[in-house]
Write a protein that binds this ligand. Structure first.
Ligand SMILES: [Zn+2]
Length: 323
């Protein structure tokens, strides 16, 4: 277990973080290709494979009001995209942009019903870990940049009138990586749901376990899984929502333990990344490998749900679950 975990967790190192502090979808997209896009006169048509999509005309679009979709290349009115829950407004594309935890909570919960919990928890540095800079410095920089204390938001709220405990991983903070605080907050959220007998919803988006906390991060996989087992014994209902990307130790623990597992269209879901797997097994991977639709076909995911339907789908499942 240790070996693949290390491999995966090496990739989401937060040093490549875009400097923007807002949850601008483009800042969460992979780094743009070289600016000299003029060398590629014929733009390859690949509507859904948004990573590394060359976008030669992008520079001409003024920042702010308008943006170019990273998936289909269509010019989008930014406000319309926001109103559409950060899903591309081009009907044929509907690319789901990555969003931060606060936005997700706002989209899922009934207005003003979310009450955060355990916000005081903060991470120590028991291993005195230093990569390019000491871990405490890195944390502080992330906290200042995002205004958030950790890579997760937990609390209780209502979804279409149904009381739930909600935990949302935040990709904007150190790539949503799971250290001891993320694991602890997930565990406390599960315990709260167990005590209150409320349905539990966890929305995952993560680069995996946080390498700066090494084994302590890996232990969170066991801890959260154990808490979920108790929740299950108590008859709790857990709906896991996988969003782009859900990888590493998060996939290998609570993200895959839902009674019902939903995923957003096109989301990358896996343990190790496709490139690592390809290099290891030296074989071409099938089309759509590790995408939500592929995992639906292979049985890992119960249903692929567009973002606009998530609220309704979750409340329907809660009603079916008799909660
Ligand atoms: Zn699009």
């Amino acid at each position: 277990m240790t070996k693949p975990a290390t491999t995966t967790d090496a990739s989401p190192a937060p040093k490549r973080r875009a400097p923007k502090e807002s949850v601008d979808p483009q800042s969460l997209a992979p780094p743009a290709p070289e600016a000299n896009g003029m060398e590629t006169p014929t733009k390859p048509k690949a509507p859904r494979s948004w990573p590394d999509e060359p976008d030669p005309r992008r520079k001409k679009v003024p920042e702010g009001l308008w943006m170019r979709c990273v998936a289909c290349g269509e010019t989008l009115y930014r406000k319309a995209l926001e109103d559409n829950l950060h899903v591309c407004t081009n009907k044929e594309c509907q690319h789901h942009y990555r969003i931060g935890a606060a936005q997700r909570v706002e989209q899922l919960c009934d207005p003003d019903t979310f009450e955060p919990m355990d916000e005081h928890l903060s991470t120590g540095d028991p291993l005195h870990f230093t990569d390019l800079k000491p871990y405490p410095d890195r944390l502080k920089a992330e906290q200042q940049r995002t205004g958030r204390s950790e890579a997760i938001l937990t609390g209780s709220g209502y979804i279409q009138g149904r009381r739930v405990v909600l935990a949302v991983l935040d990709l904007t903070f150190m790539m949503g990586s799971m250290g001891s605080v993320v694991g602890e907050k997930v565990t406390r959220a599960i315990e709260r749901a167990t005590e209150q007998d409320w349905p539990l919803i966890i929305v995952s988006s993560s680069g995996g376990a946080r390498m700066q906390e090494s084994t302590l991060s890996l232990m969170q996989m066991a801890k959260t899984s154990a808490a979920l087992a108790q929740f299950d014994d108590a008859g709790g209902l857990y709906i896991s929502v996988l969003t782009d990307p859900t990888t590493g130790g998060v996939t290998a623990s609570f993200a895959m333990l839902g009674d019902i597992i939903l995923a957003e269209p096109g989301a990358l879901i896996g343990f190790a990344g496709p490139r690592v797997i390809q290099q290891t097994i030296r074989q071409d991977l099938p089309d759509g490998f590790q995408r939500a639709e592929f995992l639906k076909k292979t049985g890992f995911v119960d249903r692929v749900v567009p973002r606009g339907e998530l609220r309704r789908e979750i409340s329907r499942i809660i009603d079916y679950g008799g909660k």
